[in-house]
Each structure stands twice: as structure tokens, then as C-alpha cells.
Design a binder for this molecule. Sequence first.
Ligand code: MN
Length: 166
Amino acid sequence: MAGLKAYRAKRSFSATPEPRGTKEKGKSHRFVIHKHDARHLHYDLRLELDGTLKSWAVPKGPPHELHEKHLAIMVEDHPLAYRTFKGRIPAGQYGAGTVEIWDHGTYETGENLSSTELERKMKRDLADRKLKIRFHGKKLHEAFALVRMNNPKIKNGWLLMKESDK
Ligand code: MN
């Protein structure tokens, strides 16, 4: 899912405080994890890549135990401006409820790559459906893997796995 078409199609920007956003240039690699108290409380993991935020809804949030796996559903790309979004999405709007920032910072793959190399590797790994991510956040400092599931019954299903301790 590339671009912001799907993101914009779901939202009415006259009614929601969420950013309309633009696709941006740049090769920084920041992340945010939103805690989203919508119809069901869940977390949203968003990784900056290719000028947008690749996004997954993670019902249980990041796993705590080493090798533990939590379901992560890939959703539409969000604009980079969403990285700092928090607030209340009004009733009747898509994702109605409160959004807070649970963690944020930067990520890399743990291989000491330049930002250009990291950008290239992440794009390739996303196409291969297997990402390695080490977070440098306020809460998270560990390495995780994000791997596409093979189960065709779970649409856009990925697994977020904890791969290292601090
Ligand atoms: Mn959400």
C-alpha cells in the first residue's frame, strides 16, 4: 500500500484533527507507537520509510518476552506528520477515540548502516516481507522482527516478534 490515497479516502479532514499530510522526501528513520483507545484498545506501530509512515495495528502492543510473537495487521501508509499526532478523533469518524504517543524515537536494523543503506535495505526487506528493527525509543530498546504471515485467512497479517533483550 503506497501513497496516501487509502489514508485520505478513510478520513474527512474537516471533521478529524488528524493531518492530511503530504508525501515527504528524506531518509531519516523514526518510529512512533501510538496507543489508540478506539472501539478496541490497540497500539499502532509506524515506521518512517520512503517519506511516509509504514503502519501496523498491533492489538496487544509489542511483545514483552524474548521470542514472544504478537499479531500485527498492516494498514494503510500514514503521512509523516502523523508521527507527532495525538488527540481525540471525534465520534463517527474513522478510528474514533483517543490517540496518545506510547513510544517514539529512531530505528535501525542493528547493522550500522548509513541512512541510504538502511533505506535501501528496509525497502528490500519490506518487499521480501521480513523486517529486522532495533528501536531506540524511550521505552523500547530491543530488536524485533516483523514477518508477514502465510495464513491467507488473516488479511495483511504479520507477526511482531521480540528478538533480543536490551
Ligand atoms: Mn489505530
